[in-house]
Design a protein around this ligand. Structure first.
Ligand code: GLN
Length: 241
């Protein structure tokens, strides 16, 4: 079994260890004998066809980085929307998550268009939302908690199903206790960290969904996640109010 993992704009959207998510997916595939192919997809990429992708990862970035990526990503908006509608697996972090929405009003009040794949918007408000985050996942995963780190000026207001409910931290906007979105196999979240190494249950959720689009697979072989679970529990012990 093989998986094509597209790392979108790794040279522009990559904050707070985001690239660690791609390394995590790669390792958890290799440890199970699944062959991962990592494709770095960036500006003016004419070599790679998005329809070959099984998992798409989009990291976070500065307001400036987001607007640079937006003008290039716009070329693929329709095909990327089709991939999401067809249950393509996507993990989009913070700036990447904001980019999939209608628009982002940055901290100078300037409107940065979004790909408008989802009808939510993000507005930069007074003060940045920074710190460790603990959410209760809405994907039915065990453990129920997902932990990470957030640092964003933007507040996202969305009616989509959230990835989780905030137990500690701010989440989408620091008000409605929702964090992230889940639409088919597309997950948007404010959680950096990187998010996946300390949440192996979420990493495996993405890998299994991607495999099930190509192969007859019911479940993944379990791995020894002692270190991962220790790191997860440590965050909860330190930051769970
Ligand atoms: N630039 C966006 C904001 O400040 C996203 C930041 C990020 O990706 N961490 O909200």
């Amino acid at each position: 079994m093989e998986l094509n993992i597209y790392h979108m704009y790794p040279d522009i959207l990559n904050l707070y260890g985001d690239i660690g998510n791609v390394i995590c997916l790669k390792r958890r595939c290799e440890w199970r004998g699944i062959t991962p192919h990592i494709i770095n997809f960036s500006l003016n990429d004419e070599k790679h066809d998005l329809s070959e992708g099984d998992i798409f990862f989009i990291g976070g970035g500065s307001d400036r980085g987001q607007s640079i990526v937006y003008s290039d990503f716009l070329k693929y908006k329709d095909s990327f929307k089709d991939i999401i509608e067809d249950y393509g697996v996507v993990l989009a972090i913070c700036g990447g998550y904001q980019l999939l929405g209608e628009k982002y009003i940055d901290n100078e009040g300037k409107e940065v268009s979004g790909l408008d794949i989802f009808n939510y918007s993000t507005v930069s408000e007074e003060g940045r939302l920074i710190g460790n985050v603990i959410i209760e996942n809405q994907l039915g995963l065990t453990p129920k908690t997902i932990v990470g780190f957030e640092n964003h000026g933007g507040r996202t207001y969305s009616d989509y199903n959230p990835l989780g409910l905030v137990k500690s931290g701010y989440g989408n906007n620091g008000k409605d206790k929702k964090e992230g979105i889940v639409y088919k196999n597309c997950i948007g979240t404010y959680l950096h960290g990187p998010i996946l190494p300390k949440n192996p249950h979420l990493a495996d959720y993405l890998i299994l969904k991607a495999l099930q689009r190509k192969y007859e697979v019911e479940r993944l072989q379990s791995l020894n996640d002692d270190f991962e679970n220790l790191a997860h529990k440590k965050v909860i012990k330190l930051y769970c109010k």
